[in-house]
Write a protein that binds this ligand. Structure first.
Ligand code: FAD
Ligand code: NDP
Length: 659
């Protein structure tokens, strides 16, 4: 029985030709399965090496910070003293760390000069937008809802999709407004943190890299409250392509763009260094979609090495019209716009509602497969109900998917190239992309798609890359090959960050997570690790607008501390109870079947390169996977749950005054 078009669709967006869609449904599903099965690999995540862990010196060096100015930073008095004690220490100077810092300040929790410090591995603020400076970089969620704290800073983005430079400058703007410049220790990595049962503080080990002249400085600092906000797409990785380390010419990862080779800069995107050069790029994810048109503009030849095509919808970039932009005068406008946007992705937009953002995302209601929807709530974990649910989602996505594929035929002139560029998987398997330049670039005579039919690069020689026995000689290779999966280590935030965390009684965070799976209260705190707050993934609400989830998380973390300090009249020790944590884990387990839609996915970072899709009959392992569930009714419902909780008296949390 075919799922009905509206089995998961509460809105009126069913397209008129649903009969035709239903007729195609079975054959398209078969195609999805065939294409996904070409791509499954037994090595899963092990097919990659993180740059920071690479044994080969050349590959390892690709991870170095190209932007840090050691001379300027060395001339400053370090913001953090060895042996210093601070009330709040935040790991991470990206938007996540900045939002948390601002919330703590605005809540009146930061008062003394030693109350707040931020430890950041990069040489400045911005996180993603500090590291990534590749040509063409923009946010893919509208800047008016993506850029944090617009209302509070009074800043109006220049375009619907802000450039990477504007996004980095905004991080600096936030730091300036809330006086955070002298609170950060840059080019410094947290390696370990250990809770002291005697002193009731976190001991945090930090290594500051003071550059080639001064070397490393090791510091041990203390924090009453420690935040791990290390991001989800932070650790660049590359595939283990045999011989890659010996490739001649220049090679770099997109997150560390080498303007020395390409010419230009983040401010001046004239890549004159590419003139006369044969440039290859491995990868066709969201980054490559933005980079390829820029390479095409300057290089002599461009070879785009594709394993799986992205889905590329229209973008609709435009300048901000300040006359029209009256919205910024209304209090609460950003949240209102964010909520309006996300209802389309949660597939629950009321038909009469005006679509404020009106972007390609709002045409992807089936994205609710991985962020939830109030329409389907909790799915019963029976084969019938799961089949109906997943089938309904595939059907819901079909009009969008068909439109995306038809768009390729409309734009790309060469039929073989057009065919190879077609994505055969539903929208929730890989981040959908939006561009009015990428597909068009393949009409240029010097831009060549090298489709590997799902297999990837065979090997590298000293002169080029080999695919299916053919060598492609190159002068420059761009590695647009992504990051350590956010799901690495079963969504364990310590493993994802690469730090060792030891809580009460010296217990390791990894041991706890490995033994019982995700264990949190509201996705941000975990029993036995008092006063430790971490960026949420498992057991939290989800949105593809990352700053929205970071904002919700920071508000909740701040609430825990504010309320606890009010209760005890000073510094507090905050630890969820076992019952509350297990109760919350069971909420995730109840909702685990909702993520069954991932079972039809082609591999990618969302499924930990297919590792999630491996059949597993071990009940203990199945339970661990189930605990990774998210709030399946969607982010707006999740926010209500948190708001209701906050109206109470820190139920399920042990709060004691710090001794
Ligand atoms: P990050 O920005 O990654 O910042 C975390 C920081 O922690 C990093 O600077 C890192 O150096 C630091 N850090 C990590 N470990 C340590 C350690 N041990 N010690 C010290 N410091 C450490 N999301 C969207 O919603 N919309 C978009 O348009 C969008 N575009 C993106 C484009 C790119 C190229 C990438 C890679 C991601 C994009 N994302 C987007 C996701 C993006 O990462 C988030 O939107 C957001 O910027 C994350 O902020 P964050 O602070 O949580 O993490
Ligand atoms: P991705 O992980 O999305 O893409 C990596 C690419 O490398 C994929 O196309 C992958 O193919 C390919 N690849 C990996 N190994 C091989 C191999 N051995 N041979 C050939 N190809 C290979 O990384 P991105 O940097 O593109 O994006 C990461 C995330 O960052 C996005 O999903 C998005 O969330 C965010 N982002 C957002 C942007 C925005 O628009 N604002 C821009 C950039 C990134 P395969 O698909 O087969 O695995």
């Amino acid at each position: 029985v075919l799922p009905s078009a509206d089995s998961t669709n509460g809105s009126d967006r069913a397209p008129p030709d649903m009969a035709a869609m239903q007729a195609k449904f079975a054959s398209i599903q078969q195609k999805y399965t065939e294409e996904a099965s070409k791509r499954f690999r037994s090595d899963g995540l092990a097919q990659y090496v993180d740059l920071q862990d690479a044994k080969d010196a050349r590959i390892h060096s690709l991870g170095k910070d190209p932007w840090v100015d050691h001379a300027v930073l060395n001339a400053k008095t370090p913001a953090v003293k060895d042996g210093g004690r601070y009330k709040f220490v935040i790991l991470g100077g990206g938007y996540g760390g900045l939002i948390a810092a601002v919330k703590l300040i605005e809540a009146g929790l930061v008062n003394g000069p030693d109350d707040l410090r931020i430890i950041e591995a990069g040489g400045g603020y911005g996180g993603t937008w500090y590291w990534n400076r590749y040509p063409g970089l923009h946010c893919d969620v509208e800047s008016y809802i993506y850029m944090p704290l617009l209302e509070e800073t009074g800043y109006v983005p220049k375009q619907k999709y802000a450039t990477g430079l504007e996004l980095r400058e905004h991080a600096e703007r936030i730091a300036t407004k809330w006086d955070l410049h002298d609170k950060a220790l840059f080019r410094s990595e947290v390696t370990d943190c250990r809770w002291s049962d005697e002193e009731e503080v976190w001991n945090v080990a930090v290594t500051e890299n003071r550059g080639p002249e001064e070397g490393e400085r090791k510091l041990n600092i203390q924090a009453n409250y420690f935040f791990v906000l290390s991001g989800v797409l932070t650790i660049p990785h590359v595939p283990k392509v045999p011989g890659l380390e010996n490739l001649g010419g220049s090679m770099f990862h997109t997150s560390r763009w080498d303007y020395g080779t390409t010419g230009g800069s983040q401010e001046d995107q004239n890549l004159t260094g590419l003139e006369g050069k044969r440039v290859g790029i491995i990868g066709t994810g969201a980054t490559a979609i933005q980079v390829v048109p820029k390479l095409a503009k300057f290089a002599k030849e461009v070879y785009v090495f594709q394993r799986t095509p992205s889905s590329v919808s229209w973008r609709g970039q435009k300048e901000t019209d300040l006359e029209e932009w009256q919205i910024a005068n209304k209090k609460g406008w950003q949240r209102e716009r964010r909520y309006n946007w996300v209802t389309y992705l949660n597939n629950c937009a009321p038909p009469e509602q005006v679509n404020m953002v009106g972007c390609g995302w709002t045409e992807a209601p089936a994205y609710c497969a991985i962020i939830g929807s109030p329409n389907f709530g909790i799915i019963e974990p029976t084969p019938e109900k799961i089949g109906e649910h997943v089938g309904g989602l595939l059907m819901l996505d079909l009009p969008r998917a068909e439109k995306a594929r038809a768009r390729i035929d409309e734009i790309v002139k060469d039929p073989e190239t057009a065919k190879a560029l077609k994505p055969w998987y539903p929208v929730w398997c890989k981040r959908p992309t939006f561009s009015d330049e990428y597909l068009q670039a393949f009409n240029l005579p010097h831009v060549h798609l090298v489709d590997t039919d799902g297999k990837g690069i065979d090997s590298a020689t000293s002169t080029g890359l080999v695919v299916q026995g053919k060598e492609y000689p190159l002068d420059i290779l761009v590695l647009s090959t992504g990051y350590r999966s956010p799901a690495y280590g079963g969504l364990n935030p310590a493993k994802r960050t690469g730090i060792n965390v030891f809580g009460r009684g010296g217990k390791s965070f990894d041991d706890k997570w490995d033994a019982q799976g995700a264990s949190t209260l509201h996705g941000v705190i975990s029993r036995g690790f008092p006063n430790l707050f971490f960026g949420p993934t498992a057991q939290f609400g989800q949105s593809p607008n990352n700053t929205e989830t970071l904002d919700i998380a920071a508000e909740h973390m701040t609430h825990f501390i504010k309320k606890a300090e009010e209760k005890v009249g000073g510094l507090a020790v905050i630890d969820p109870t076992v019952e509350a944590e297990e109760g919350w884990a069971m909420e995730a387990v109840k909702r685990a079947a909702n993520l069954a839609a991932l079972s039809v996915c082609t591999p990618g970072y969302t499924t930990s390169e297919g590792e999630f899709n491996k059949p597993n009959q071990d009940p203990a392992e199945m339970m661990k996977s189930a605990r990774m569930g998210i709030w399946s009714e969607g982010i707006l419902s999740f926010m209500k749950v948190l708001e209701e909780y906050r109206a109470g008296d820190l139920v399920g949390v042990d709060v004691t005054p710090r001794r």
